[in-house]
Design a protein around this ligand. Structure first.
Ligand code: 13P
Length: 311
């Protein structure tokens, strides 16, 4: 069996039981009543060689139950040297996770020493490619132009880009978060057709939250993810914005995942450190399962925006 298709349309039946009232969330409404399936992605960064990858994914496969992935898409993004190993394992043992990559070049082939092409990834069954992670932008001088070209290359090969956007600590302190997010979204997405944008996943990853243990609050994550969606609506239309999945990333862990996922515009999580351990990652996946709830409340008792209808 091949991995569960993460791009399958959302299912219509309600999930069995909420994990807890505080974590209760519903599937998110898209255009014409369609819903956005949560996507939980593990970005391993430069961790785990191919042997460690084998153990981690096998461990994850042994722990995952069908109900864990019935309404949640899961992807793992190992280093390039692990991808073939993970692909063989996932396909051979029918482990219901999708294969992801952390980056690629925007050319299909050529004299680009040290690079990996989107075509090569597509041939390996990679479904999701992280594009423009802040560590690529910061440590490898990836420009907005390169991000836009890479995003288009990933789409051209029928894979799903996970476009990373986010503000730095000083931009946040200076009240420039929205300006930063809209500039990054504009340069990456402007000119694409609505149907292409609808296939994109945007990961809101504030730089100050990455690897610091200092995650955004659920309310701040929601505000930023809603702003992403509104900005995308302006760029590509409201249908594309309603279909597009927006993840939050930055110090996600099993303790904060459910609260983040309870927010209506947080459609998934991009997990770094906590994705390296199968048990921890699985807890995050489980905390992300949609549940049916007539109304959802913030822990403090304040009602949050409620989608028009549960699936
Ligand atoms: P952490 O979860 O380790 O903060 O990393 C977040 C991240 O950068 C995922 O892409």
């Amino acid at each position: 069996m091949s991995p569960v298709d993460p791009d399958l349309p959302a299912e219509g039946s309600p999930a069995s039981s909420p994990a807890s009232p505080a974590s209760a969330r519903t599937s998110r409404p898209g255009p014409d009543g369609a819903t956005r399936r949560p996507l939980v992605s593990g970005n391993w960064k430069m961790h785990h060689d191919h042997i460690e990858a084998l153990h981690t994914v096998r461990d994850l496969g042994l722990r995952l139950r069908a109900e864990d992935v019935a309404k949640v898409d899961v992807s793992v993004h190992p280093p390039f040297t692990d991808i073939r190993t993970v692909q063989t394992l996932v396909e051979g043992e029918s482990i219901p996770v999708s294969l992801g990559a952390q980056h690629c070049n925007d050319h299909d082939r050529g004299a680009y020493t040290g690079e990996v092409s989107p075509q090569m990834l597509a041939r390996l069954g990679v479904r999701y490619v992280i594009v423009g992670h802040s560590e690529r932008r910061r440590h490898f001088a990836m420009t907005d132009e390169a991000v836009a070209a890479t995003l288009r290359a990933v789409l051209r090969h029928e894979m799903t880009p996970i476009l990373c956007v986010g503000e730095s600590e000083s931009e946040r302190a200076g009240g420039r978060t929205e300006a930063r997010l809209s500039a990054q979204l504009d340069s990456a997405l402007r000119g694409l057709e609505g149907a292409q944008v609808a296939r994109v996943v945007v990961a809101y990853e504030p730089l100050w939250a990455i690897g610091t243990g200092n995650a955004a609050t659920a309310v701040d994550a929601e505000d930023a993810c809603l702003f992403v969606r509104q900005t995308v609506a302006g760029l590509a239309g409201s249908d594309a914005a309603a279909s597009l999945r927006v993840q939050y990333g930055g110090s996600v862990n099993p303790q904060n995942a459910a609260d983040l996922m309870a927010e209506p515009d947080v459609d998934g999580l991009l997990v770094g450190g906590a994705s390296l351990n199968a048990a921890e990652f699985l807890e995050i996946v489980r905390a992300s399962r949609p549940v049916t709830s007539a109304r959802r409340h913030r822990p403090g008792g304040q009602p949050v925006r409620t989608p028009a209808a549960d699936p």
